[in-house]
Design a protein around this ligand. Structure first.
Ligand SMILES: Cc1cc2nc3c(=O)[nH]c(=O)nc-3n(C[C@H](O)[C@H](O)[C@H](O)COP(=O)(O)O)c2cc1C
Length: 223
């Protein structure tokens, strides 16, 4: 207990001063701002494309990290198993949130939007460029289902590897992409004295292309 308490008080006293990057500038086009921040994050931190994906589950909100595999004015794309917990949750309620936790750069981007499956052709194209081992793993895993042991997982992997020993590994039907069409995106830049910059873009009429200036209302928020 004593140890817990002293480490907790040390935690309470830990402070990173923000503001060294200066103020954030927001234009009318959230896609341009995201593109600039994403490029800077790729230069400065590892796996800048790792983002939190929050879903609405029947028993409350759920969240996990997934990798951003593409972004365009139409939205943000990631790939997963449609039968996973997140896949089932999205099927029941496609409203999701994304968070890019670039706190090493004193930055955060938050997104609210609607997840839609990518086309089969798009999922095929991405699956085909994955390393063969990851393709086998995707076929061998019933993501988020209970599995008896590591050995049972390995047997499933070996079975798939043997089945497609001489051919390309086809994309399983239950594996594919989602694109999150955005209706709100917020950029947060840490500043001195915890007096941060926050810029929220809200789509005027439902999710819109991120580069359509007139479709977005820009609001500065108190920190
Ligand atoms: C850095 C990192 C990247 C990940 N990328 C993905 C991904 O792109 N797709 C995916 O399905 N799971 C990814 N995962 C695993 C998920 O966090 C999660 O464990 C898995 O998708 C099952 O989630 P679910 O049971 O909520 O569906 C990643 C985990 C980490 C830590």
């Amino acid at each position: 207990m004593t140890d817990d308490r002293s480490s907790l008080s040390a935690l309470a006293g830990q402070r990173v001063e923000y503001g060294s990057r200066g103020g954030a500038a927001a234009g009318t086009d959230p896609f341009a701002l995201f593109t600039q921040w994403f490029r800077e994050a790729q230069d400065e931190i590892g796996e800048a494309n790792a983002m939190l994906l929050a879903t609405a589950a029947a028993d409350g909100p759920d969240a996990r990290i997934v990798l951003l595999k593409g972004f365009a004015p139409a939205g943000f794309t990631f790939f997963t198993n449609y039968g996973s917990a997140k896949g089932r949750q999205i099927a029941a309620d496609p409203r999701v949130a994304l968070v890019f936790p670039w706190h090493g750069m004193h930055r955060q981007v938050r997104v609210q939007g609607i997840a839609e499956r990518t086309s089969a052709a798009e999922s095929d194209a991405y699956f085909a460029q994955r390393p063969r081992g990851a393709q086998i793993g995707a076929r061998a895993s019933r993501q988020s289902q209970p599995v008896a042991s590591r050995e049972a997982m390995q047997e499933a992997y070996d079975r798939v590897a043997a089945e497609f020993a001489d051919t390309a590994v086809p994309r399983p039907a239950e594996w594919g992409g989602y694109r999150v069409a955005v209706h709100r995106i917020e950029f947060w830049q840490g500043q001195a004295n915890r007096f941060h910059d926050r810029f929220a873009y809200t789509a005027v009429q439902g999710p819109a292309a991120l580069d359509e200036a007139g479709d977005w209302t820009l609001t500065r928020l108190d920190p």
